[in-house]
Design a protein around this ligand. Structure first.
Ligand code: GLP
Length: 254
């Protein structure tokens, strides 16, 4: 894991966007794994600015999103398809036909999940996977207790996640109880991983993911076994890390 501690989340978003923009320039047919939540929004804003400035071309980029709420139609303003359109796809020259979100409304969810996995493989696998982290250490919707070799499947959300995400819905009762999520095993197959974590309410999860033992109790800790995982933090999210000075000395080249 390469830990990059930034003064602000804005600086972290810019640095992460630089990594992605450069990767797109190097491989115009890149396959991106994309995340939702409030965390990556600033990075998407930077990518939109890069695209508008002619620094990056999304026309042949392909993408697979991490997760989708079960039962929310794409036009629901809290569906992750809606989120991706509003926060990235509508503002860059990506072909929406090349953007995929897990099947939240399939008649046969298990078959649709297997197809999603097969489609990722057929696209050549994910080159760069973007991740946020839940305050309970989840990645995508792999909640604590998720197998570290899990694949795309229907999952139940924890009470903590339902509470955390209630701010986006009219009330907590409106938050879906299930989602379709790539598994930890699916995520770990990405060639490169960029995880973004900002704010004091992520500090405990970051500490567990980066410096705790590898355990399905903290699904993000699986990234310790990934050969190319970068973790971009602001000072607040990095607050509990014991080896902050060491990480700083390692990332000064960035
Ligand atoms: C959601 C998403 C995750 C995301 C997490 C954190 O539950 N499924 O992919 O990383 O919440 O969200 P936020 O970035 O809003 O803190």
């Amino acid at each position: 894991m390469q830990i990059v501690i930034c003064k602000t989340k804005e600086e972290a978003c810019r640095k992460a966007a630089d990594v992605i923009s450069a990767a797109i320039r190097g491989n115009p047919r890149i396959v991106l794994g994309l995340a939702t939540g409030s965390t990556p929004v600033g990075m998407y804003r930077e990518l939109i600015a890069d695209c508008k400035a002619g620094k990056v071309d999304f026309s042949t980029v392909r993408s697979f999103n991490l997760d989708e709420y079960q039962g929310l139609p794409p036009e629901h303003d809290q569906s992750y398809r809606y989120f991706m359109n509003a926060n990235l796809f509508d503002h860059v020259n990506i072909d929406k036909a090349n953007t995929r979100v897990p099947p939240g409304q399939a008649a046969d969810t298990a078959a649709a999940c297997a197809q999603y996995e097969a489609d990722i493989k057929a696209a050549g696998g994910i080159d760069i996977q973007v991740l946020g982290i839940g305050s309970d250490g989840h990645i995508a919707f792999n909640e604590p207790g998720s197998s570290l070799v899990s694949r795309t499947r229907l999952v139940a959300l924890t009470q903590q996640t339902i509470r955390d995400n209630a701010r986006f819905f009219a009330s907590e009762a409106d938050v879906p109880r299930y989602a379709v999520s790539m598994g930890v095993g699916t995520i770990m197959e990405a060639r490169k991983i960029i995880m973004l974590c900002f704010g004091a309410n992520k500090a405990a999860a970051v500490k567990a993911a980066v410096e705790g033992g590898i355990s399905q109790f903290c699904p993000a800790s699986a990234l310790q076994m990934h050969p190319d995982a970068m973790v971009f933090l602001d000072e607040e999210a990095a607050a509990d890390l014991a080896l902050k000075d060491f990480y700083r000395s390692q990332s000064c080249a960035l």
